[in-house]
Design a protein around this ligand. Sequence first.
Ligand code: GLY
Ligand code: MN
Ligand code: MN
Length: 523
Amino acid sequence: MTSSENTEEFNLVTSASAQALEERGSNRSQRPTSDAFKEFMASSWAPAERVQHGRDEVASYAARRRAAVSAQFPGERLVIPAGPLKVRSNDTDYRFRPHSAFAHLTGLGLDHEAGAVLVFEPVDEGDGDDGSDHEVTLYFTPMAGRDSEAFYADARHGEFWIGPRPGLEEFAQRLGIRTADTGALEVAVTKNAGPVEFGGTRLRLLREVDLDVDALVDTSRINTAVDLETSDAYDGALLESLSELRLVKDEWEVAQLRASVDATIAGFHDVVAALPRAVGHDRGERIVEGAFFARARLEGNDLGYDTIAASGNNATVLHWIRNHGAVSPGDLLLLDAGVEADSLYTADITRTLPVTGEFSPVQRRIYDAVLAAADAAFAVVRPGIRFREIHAVAVKVLAEHLDDWGLLPVGLEESLAETGQHHRRWMPHGTSHHLGLDVHDCAQAKRELYLDGVLEPGMVFTIEPGLYFKAEDLAVPAEFRGIGVRIEDDVLVTEEGAENLSSALPRAAAEVEAWMRDIWGAQ
Ligand code: GLY
Ligand code: MN
Ligand code: MN
């Protein structure tokens, strides 16, 4: 080793030991530490307003959901974290969004409340909340008010930084739920740990939502005589149950979904209005994305998922979210977007729009085939049919069109057989997924209740057939290449059949053209 390398190594060692790396984050802080400053910061603030809050409308619905969970796991402690803030870069976090199961059981949407944990504590049969078998408590670190140093010193919890937020008492009033400071969480989760046969309490955790809570539960489980496989099975059953609980929406949830759909339709309107500006711009898809996002933030909390703003051949890329392409005259623009309401319920809608306002004959032919598939799928939706039938019906119609166009390399029957499926080259995704707090809702439900499940009133899902002919697809005629079409609507199963929640957005080609003309005519 040369002497200069030696010196470098020495410098590295000494600089690391002079100040621990974990303390470096505050190297740019210049906050005064004098007693005079602290005293002054603690004084002369108007008293915080004390307001009596009524119950949030969602409270009784969330209470019923908690009672349903309680009934499934009598005698067991259930731990359901909201999740922590997630780092976007260095010390900058993403805007907080709680785990959907936590939102479902508390009714808390918006950005409430990072690091919170819901604990179901088992009590004697019927002695719990609303006659259930559990007392449920929401643990969180409340905002630090004007009476504490954290008020101005804690950027994550201090009111000076994050603005006023509901405290323990306010959330208790609004949600009709016990609340407690996070300081009490450790005891609440770990007390009475031990083998169930010796009077210990069985624990189930919504795992991998908050790693600190995972660690707390895992530590507490060390002495419970339960092996990892068994505890994983306990936790898995809780996750599955919380997912299945959301398969049928209550009336409050349906109202939220209607509001998300309405805001999304307004966003599609905004996009059409912005299309002339997008045309010719080398990143016109970003103009489309931005127009929709503005509506999502204006009327809702956020997007339910990243917008797909895909023009021309980009529409054949199923998850095109880069959105940096041009929007050119003659292209079709596939817009797949959804507004997430403040309650966190999201819509999921797709329309495929002719950029200049009129479909070409070949675009129209493909569009009409996709529409026929969607219509056929709608027609079968009613309580009692199996979820998987919707996809089967839609795909059959698409396969028939592909056969008519001479694109299938085998006969229609052979393609439709399980051993064939050649038509899926151009429609490789599913036709439907449940929709709610997550865009792909209820994803951990058992197959028997999801794909093989029987439809019930109150279920909400998408119908979204499509056809995608890539520019480089040599199995189709040149005129088909570079065209991607999807039509996606959000459907509520009713007692009689189905309601298309997004029917206010034009679907048929001529209606789409007329709608675009009207928007442009009014500009
Ligand atoms: N946008 C995601 C989906 O349609 O499933
Ligand atoms: Mn979808
Ligand atoms: Mn979609």
